[in-house]
Design a protein around this ligand. Structure first.
Ligand code: ASP
Length: 590
């Protein structure tokens, strides 16, 4: 009887007595003289195989003698229970081993550049160059099993709710998501360019106008931005769009699949997610992606700081800025050196400086003490709720700098004071973002999200007179200080879309040229619609507890945009360039 291949990692005590055929990689070899042990790895896990020289055919023993790490082998044998003292509790297969009767090499391996094990001291560069070996490591395989499960569950939830998965083009026109495009020259139409999609934004809106009502896609997106650990040139979004939705409908669909996705990693997520207005989030946490695993709110010290004659306060308040504080409970114990580091951190985030005041043993100490009128420091501390043993950090600056600096200090203080419960996943929705931002340099309004985001009906009358005060029907979903995704209810009327373009300085001609197809489509019965996109890579990284997106992307690029395995980007043949209408660069003669 021919044996079927058995995934070795699934063998358990109940399999004792069975004959099996294993196929996999040699993970480890130990030679104890009379016995040779091979640990065999396949996707299901690791299993120990023993070659007993007294009982095993000679050719199998000589195979086991020769076997080296990463050789691919086929092994036949019988499953036996290990003796009491021989069990390995660290391995799911630790109660059994396979007593080998035969070994065949399916493929041999050179000595790999690093040991293919969970714990590795290989540099990330080496791991990326030999990514196929890196991906053989069980920790990495686990990430991709989880990623597959998450993607499957997201699809299932959305499919069951009537969302259709529709693919949209990769070769398209530039979509305005605010990043730089990757451009692809057209061979057939010389001088014309495709752009790789920054998102399927306009296509999903078209699908709503097409009457599809509910669309989703695990969509590849491309943005030519500077890379960081949490960013890649190409990434995958869970992209969706609905017709006739309220914000609640979108939140409901997203919460439903997030609960399922995180359950794949045994992470319980409670619904409904709390809601925060953008303004609230900024006032309270200094950021629109607050980490709600701890409280530590900021406070507005503007009233107490006004009229003190204290130069930093006067300067900030006099130029439309603000004075904000952060109470650090127990922070009076922070050393001078630590306070200097925090000041440095505040500066890194754009603040001119950092003031502090400590309350300890009934005494208030602060470098600002001398500069402030009698009793004022006490009022500032009282407003911030400072108790004995606490520290108050104060930033007097432009609002954006004060918020950015204090948000960073809040996160730093929470880490230092061990206020973060690492087992928690604190989701929230942030809503009512401003529709537009103002770029002081170009003196132009720009869309905070993209130019198709719908304004709130009640703010519309101020669209031209006071654009900065108009709130958008936009929302973000946030977890533990990460922005997981953002979306909005869209503009579905051509006249309003044209009005928004005008405010953005997109003239009629430019609007027609770039978005004519959208403006046309909006004239043929566009349903009210809205949607959202969430980063799948980020969801997987958080669920897997990975520190980098690269650990959940099979073939990622380095922070400088290089694929170390294929060595992309690379030069191409001169003929390819000529076909595209480019002159090959002249190389100096060797
Ligand atoms: N297209 C947007 C983005 O990629 C998401 C959305 O508005 O649905 O960020």
């Amino acid at each position: 009887m021919t044996l079927m291949r058995q995934p070795g990692g699934l063998l358990r005590a109940a399999d004792a007595g069975r004959s099996v055929l294993l196929k996999g990689w040699v993970a480890r070899r130990r030679d104890l003289g009379e016995l040779i042990f091979l640990t065999v790895r396949d996707r299901s896990g690791l299993v120990q195989v023993v070659f007993d020289k007294a009982r095993c055919p000679a050719d199998a023993v000589s195979g086991a003698n020769e076997a080296r790490s990463e050789d691919v082998v086929a092994i036949t044998g019988g499953v036996i229970l290990r003796g009491e003292g021989q069990r390995n509790r660290d391995l799911p297969t630790g109660e059994i081993e396979v007593l080998a009767t035969g070994l065949e090499f399916l493929s041999r391996s050179e000595t790999p550049p690093f040991v293919v094990e969970d714990r590795t001291n290989a540099t990330e560069e080496l791991r990326l160059e030999y990514r196929y070996l890196d991906l053989r490591r069980p920790v990495m395989q686990k990430n991709f099993v989880l990623r597959d499960e998450i993607a499957f569950r997201v699809r299932k939830v959305l499919h069951e709710r009537g969302f259709l998965e529709v693919e949209t083009p990769m070769l398209t026109r530039s979509t305005p998501e605010g990043a730089r495009d990757f451009l692809v020259p057209s061979r057939v139409h010389r001088g014309q360019w495709y752009a790789l999609p920054q998102s399927p934004q306009l296509f999903k809106q078209m699908l709503m106008i097409s009457g599809f009502e509910r669309y989703f896609q695990l969509a590849r997106c491309f943005r030519d931005e500077d890379l960081r650990a949490d960013r890649q040139f190409e990434f995958t979004q869970i992209d969706l769009e609905m017709s006739f939705p309220t914000e609640e409908d979108i939140f409901d669909a997203v919460e439903a699949f997030l609960v399922e996705a995180f359950a794949a990693a045994a992470i319980a997520v409670a619904r409904p997610f709390p809601r925060l207005l953008f303004k609230e989030a900024m006032e309270k946490y200094g950021t629109d992606r607050p980490d709600l695993r701890y409280d530590l709110p900021l406070c507005n010290l503007g009233e107490e700081a006004a009229g003190t004659g204290f130069a930093p306060f006067e300067k900030a308040l006099g130029s439309g800025g603000t004075v904000r504080g952060l109470r650090v409970p127990g922070g009076a114990a922070f050393s001078r050196k630590r306070l200097d580091e925090l000041t440095e951190k505040a500066r890194e985030h754009g603040a001119g400086g950092l003031l502090w005041a400590k309350s300890a043993a009934g005494e208030i100490t602060s470098p600002a003490k001398k500069g402030l009128p009698e009793g004022r420091l006490e009022r500032l501390l009282a407003k911030a709720g400072v108790a004995d043993g606490d520290l108050l950090l104060i930033v007097a600056d432009k609002e954006s700098a004060a918020f950015a600096a204090l948000a960073a200090l809040r996160a730093e203080a929470a880490r230092e004071l061990k206020l973060i419960d690492e087992s928690r996943y604190a989701f929230c929705w942030v809503t009512e973002f401003p529709l537009l931002g103002f770029d002081a340099e170009s003196k132009q309004w720009f869309p905070m999200n993209h130019p198709f985001t719908g304004p709130r009906e009640e703010d519309l009358e101020r669209l031209e007179s006071d654009p900065g005060s108009v709130r958008a029907r936009a929302y973000d979903v946030v977890v533990n200080g990460w922005e997981l995704g953002s979306g909005s209810i869209r503009i579905h009327r051509a006249d309003l879309q044209e009005r928004v373009f005008r405010v953005l300085g997109i003239g009629e001609a430019e609007g027609k040229e770039r978005f004519g197809f959208l403006l046309d489509a909006l004239k043929y019965g566009a349903p009210p619609h809205g949607g959202i996109a969430l980063g799948l890579d980020r969801i997987c990284a958080i669920a897997a507890g990975a520190t980098s997106l690269r650990d959940v992307i099979a073939f990622p690029k380095t922070t400088s945009g290089i694929d170390l395995m294929t060595k992309a980007p690379a030069s191409v043949f001169p003929q390819q360039l000529r076909e595209l209408g480019f002159e090959p660069p002249v190389r100096p003669e060797k």
